[in-house]
Write a protein that binds this ligand. Structure first.
Ligand code: ZN
Ligand code: ZN
Ligand code: FE
Length: 765
């Protein structure tokens, strides 16, 4: 301990400087420190700087030890501490503890906070007639409310958000400036006297009602089976009563959505009455990030069948804004809350755009005058039996940084793939992925992509020095990267998938990567998607793959799974088997078979397309209306079947010149034979999953042994399939291998940008 500089200082006092980095601004960290200091009778100060939060505390050494411990253990719910550094100083004899508003110029290193669901304290105020914010649908505090979606630029303070135009009233100002108040420096804080207001608008834009009347009318309309657009945190939803079959059918018609399931907004008792919820599922559902949780539905669930046709799961989320809480309390029934868009376009978040695009689809629009600066779709997680897995990482998660296994050598921009697009930047110790952007083939999504690139770079202070992109030359993201005047790193699609899995496990050693996916451009110009790779963040080698078959009709083969059934049968059981099947499904069978047999047609080793083929063979789905529908319904058909499945389903694995060849011929022969025998589709599906999963695990184990590896990483969109994942993980772990699966990032193409960024972050030239 340094000797005290001030003569009269009590020798039992020590002073320490603590520096905290991570997500520590905009999350109530300084008031939290203030209260801790008061609790421990410490003197000193706390402030923000460009690196995070910095504080000095003075008092007895045990109290300062306690401070450091409680800073981590009791951090506010939204805070994420990356590092805590402690430095000893000389005691000064300072008295009292103050919060200083220090903003240091320099490159921002502070993580931008995520949007957070209304906290319990605010919910209490919302429904408390004695509270001055009673019934006010924009109540928020330092622990909750809008963040990422309203931030225009950093540093994060009110002037840099879409709340800039709302001047705080005297009461709100007093709370905002009081370090002991739970709204101290809550940037979006407001009240009925000074904040945003609701309005209910007719489809033609005419005003129907304001404030409380707008809410009451909206509740009445929903209760009467009408369809509303509702402005939320990151965009507009389309809402209706989920128990009303006519309303749900009408919404499906207006939204031009054939089969894709609708998400539901519910309260916890409703959630429990609709689905079987594991402890993990409930934890995800009630977390302040409030994702949509996909969980097995109860047979008797009182929901219109049109909500999730042909699926054994429902997508549930709890209310996450005060408006949602009020609507749900008013209607008292589960509500459909689906993205406000036509079919697969990006979600509407701009008011003018929403009126144009959603007006024709709805009976009224419940909107408000707090702007949404950047869109934020609802995140989606899937609560399987063994784990909770990310499916779409957006609101509540983006743009939370993800730690890199090794620091980035340069600032990296990674532009992702094409479908389920996200972009990411890497800088220092972190990679930051954007919100969900969508399918870039839509012009509106491409515009959203351009905005996301600018916004993400701005918020993170990244000036890209290198751009990472997919190898597919036709992806709009690849074309965008080529137009930048920057060194470019082309990253093979499945290498990026495996790398994204390595990043979330902070893994730097080589692994045996199993990439089971839709389509991704391979280094040989064919479409990969069923790959065994020896990979780390610096490179990869293909050591095995699924048998390659023709993609008869290119893009159409993905939309019409029966084409893949023809191709797979032709390649494994012969043209006659393909003909026998083809005749039963489509009169274009002969042309498709002809294509399948031609040597010059684009070939693929895609596992996703194999699932399509089996779904078609079983008569479950010959044409799809949303991506991966056939594979999703094939897994759904097996619901309730034992994981081990019936016997007799075998994947053939043979060593060839290009490594291991995974040949599903015997598997398909059993599928066809059982189908002809009249075995139920669910049982065949279970057999297929079990046989394929065990076969893949066996091949991965063999390839790992051949290459001296003891760790297997699973990635690619096919691993959204919980049944397949459970079989593969079980078989690999039983064989003594370590298995890395996704948890934080989606296994699908939404995670590709992170993998690209991590790979490019380690490149030196
Ligand atoms: Zn709150
Ligand atoms: Zn106010
Ligand atoms: Fe992919």
């Amino acid at each position: 301990m340094a000797p005290s500089a001030a003569g009269g200082v009590n020798p039992d006092l020590v002073r320490r400087r603590l520096r905290v980095t991570g997500t520590v601004q905009g999350v109530g960290f300084r008031p939290f420190v203030y209260r801790l200091a008061a609790d421990l009778a410490l003197s000193g100060w706390v402030g923000n700087d460009s690196l995070g939060v910095i504080l000095e505390g003075e008092g007895p050494a045990p109290a300062l030890d306690e401070l450091a411990r409680r800073l981590v253990d009791e951090a506010p719910p939204l805070a994420r501490i990356d590092t805590l550094d402690v430095e000893a100083l000389a005691a000064t004899g300072e008295t009292g503890f103050t919060v200083v508003d220090s903003r240091v110029a320099g490159a921002p290193a502070v993580a931008v906070p995520v949007d957070v669901a209304t906290c319990a304290d605010c919910e209490r105020e919302l429904f408390d007639p004695a509270d001055r914010r009673f019934g006010y649908p924009f109540v928020n505090c330092t622990n909750c409310g809008p963040r990422y979606t309203i931030i225009r630029s950093i540093p994060y303070d009110r002037a840099a958000t879409t709340m800039a135009g709302f001047a705080m009233c005297a009461d709100c100002r007093r709370e905002y400036e009081d370090p002991a108040d739970r709204r101290f420096h809550a940037e979006p804080t407001c009240c009925p006297a000074c904040g945003p207001q609701l309005s209910l608008v007719a489809p033609d834009g005419g005003l129907l009602a304001k404030a409380g009347d707008a809410l009451d009318s909206a509740v009445e309309l929903l209760g009467a089976g009408r369809i509303l657009a509702v402005k939320g945190l990151g965009g507009y939803h389309l809402a209706c009563d989920a128990t009303d079959p006519a309303a749900v059918a009408e919404l499906r018609r207006r939204k031009a959505r054939d089969d894709k399931p609708f998400a539901l907004m519910v309260d916890l008792p409703m959630a429990r009455s609709l689905c079987y919820l594991s402890a993990d599922a409930e934890e995800a559902l009630t977390s302040p990030r409030r994702p949509i949780v996909l969980a097995p539905r109860r047979h008797e669930a009182p929901i219109a069948t049109g909500v999730a046709p042909n699926l054994p799961e429902l997508g549930l989320m709890l209310a996450y804004t005060p408006v949602h809480l009020q609507l749900l309390a008013g209607v008292a029934r589960p509500l459909v809350m689906t993205s406000g868009n036509l079919s697969d376009e990006p979600i509407a978040h701009d008011d003018t755009d929403a009126l144009v695009r959603l007006g024709p689809m709805v009976d009224a629009i419940l909107t408000h005058d707090r702007g949404i600066h950047i869109r934020g779709d609802d995140s989606v997680v899937r609560a399987g039996t063994a784990r909770v897995q990310m499916v779409r990482r957006s609101r509540g998660y983006a743009p939370e940084p993800i730690g890199l296994p090794t620091p980035a050598r340069r600032h990296v921009l990674a532009v992702g793939a094409e479908l389920k697009s996200t972009v990411a930047v890497a800088k220092g110790d972190n990679v930051v992925a954007s919100h969900h952007i969508g399918d870039l083939e839509h012009l509106a999504a491409y515009r959203s992509f351009l905005q996301a690139v600018d916004h993400l770079c701005g918020l993170t202070g990244v000036t890209p020095e290198v751009v990472a992109h997919d190898l597919h030359p036709e992806y709009l993201s690849t074309k965008f990267a080529a137009e930048l005047d920057l060194p470019a790193v082309g990253v093979q699609h499945h290498h990026a998938h495996i790398a994204s899995c390595l990043v979330e496990h902070r893994w730097t050693e080589p692994v045996l990567g199993v990439a089971f996916d839709g389509l991704g451009m391979g280094t040989d110009g064919t479409a990969w998607g069923g790959e065994l790779l020896v990979a780390d963040l610096d490179g990869f080698r293909r050591v095995g793959h699924l048998l390659q078959v023709a993609l008869p009709g290119g893009d159409r083969a993905a939309r019409e799974p029966w084409r893949m059934a023809v191709a797979w049968l032709a390649a494994t059981l012969g043209p006659e088997a393909a003909e026998r099947y083809g005749r039963t499904v489509d009169d274009r069978w002969a042309a498709v078979l002809g294509l399948a047999l031609r040597p010059d047609v684009l070939r693929t080793s895609s596992a996703g397309r194999l699932f399509d083929a089996v779904a078609a063979l079983l008569g479950l789905r010959t044409r799809i209306t949303y991506e991966a529908q056939a594979a999703i319904e094939l897994e759904a058909a097996a619901a309730g079947q034992p994981l081990a499945g019936p016997g007799g389903y075998e994947l053939d694995v043979v060593a060839g010149p290009e490594g291991l060849l995974l040949d599903p011929g015997p598997l398909l022969a059993t599928v066809v034979a059982e189908r002809d025998r009249g075995t139920p589709a669910g049982e065949i599906s279970a057999g297929f999953h079990a046989g394929l999963g065990r076969g893949v695990a066996g091949a991965a184990r063999r390839a790992a042994a051949d290459n001296g590896l003891d760790t297997v990483a699973l990635s690619g969109g096919v691993f959204q399939n919980a049944r397949l994942t459970d079989v593969v993980v079980g078989a690999l772990e039983a064989a003594g291998l370590r298995v890395l699966v996704h948890r934080l990032l989606p296994p699908n193409d939404g995670g590709v940008s992170v993998g690209q960024a991590a790979i490019a972050a380690r490149c030196v030239d």
